[in-house]
Write a protein that binds this ligand. Structure first.
Ligand SMILES: CCCCC/C=C\C/C=C\CCCCCCCC(=O)SCCNC(=O)CCNC(=O)[C@H](O)C(C)(C)COP(=O)(O)OP(=O)(O)OC[C@H]1O[C@@H](n2cnc3c(N)ncnc32)[C@H](O)[C@@H]1OP(=O)(O)O
Length: 192
């Protein structure tokens, strides 16, 4: 699946403590967003108005029909009892505003494309001053996975290759490249 993944990374001071709100759409600007991230967001919102692109909302938990189908068809119900994982939430949305993954995805379903604009917060640090490679992998996986999911339905990552061309320094904008293999799940096979 073709992917255009723009990654904007900068580190921020932890000044935006917010109450956890599960149902809030987090793929919208908040005060921690850099000028770059805001600029890219505004550019793609204009494309949305023209009709070719759509902004994807993002929540800490997912209750879409396909997500429910995944749980129903592929996962042992014993693993999914709400009382056994009351705090479960989407990894990339499990930080307070500004501290972790700040991102927004836009999709173009005609062209099978998803673009993600991402800003890493201070809790994603790896080597001092740089974004952790695992955090970069996570956001790429989520982006390519969303693209595959929209094109083919319920998929899981079988393989992800990332070229970390340079460490991502703080306060800079740059691009990473990746390829991934996503397998459409067999409805006759349980995962566990
Ligand atoms: C998941 C979507 C839920 C709904 C989401 C709803 C809304 C979206 C909201 C948020 C989006 C967030 C997006 C997050 C994306 C994150 C994705 C992940 O991180 S997934 C987690 C990591 N991945 C895994 O845990 C997968 C573990 N592996 C497996 O479970 C299995 O290996 C498998 C990938 C399911 C494949 O197993 P299966 O039995 O189904 O298939 P086969 O093994 O028979 O293989 C089929 C076919 O593919 C070839 N294959 C398999 N693996 C590879 C590989 N690594 N490299 C190359 N080829 C591979 C295999 O040879 C077979 O080929 P053939 O048919 O020709 O024989």
């Amino acid at each position: 699946f073709p992917l255009l993944c723009g990654i904007t990374v900068r580190t921020l001071l932890p000044s935006f403590a917010s109450e956890e709100v599960i149902d809030k759409d987090h793929a919208l600007p908040n005060p921690s967003w850099s000028t770059d991230l805001r600029f890219l967001f505004d550019q793609f919102m204009k494309k949305c108005e023209e009709g070719s692109w759509k902004r994807l909302p993002s929540y800490k938990r997912n209750s879409t029909q396909k997500f429910q189908d995944f749980k129903t068809h592929y996962v042992d119900p014993k693993l999914l009892k709400e009382e056994q994982m009351p705090g479960a939430q989407l990894f990339t949305r499990s930080f307070e505003d500004g501290l972790g993954f700040e991102y927004v995805m836009f999709c173009n379903d005609v062209e099978n494309r998803v673009v993600c604009f991402f800003q890493g917060g201070p809790h994603l640090q790896g080597m001092p001053g740089f974004t952790h490679g695992g955090a970069i992998a996570a956001i790429i996986d989520a982006t390519v996975g969303t693209c595959a999911f929209r094109a083919r339905g319920i998929v899981m990552t079988a393989n992800l290759n990332i070229n970390y061309k340079r460490p991502i320094p703080l306060e800079e904008t740059l691009y990473s490249e990746a390829t991934g293999l996503f397998i459409t799940l067999d409805p006759n096979k349980k995962l566990t």
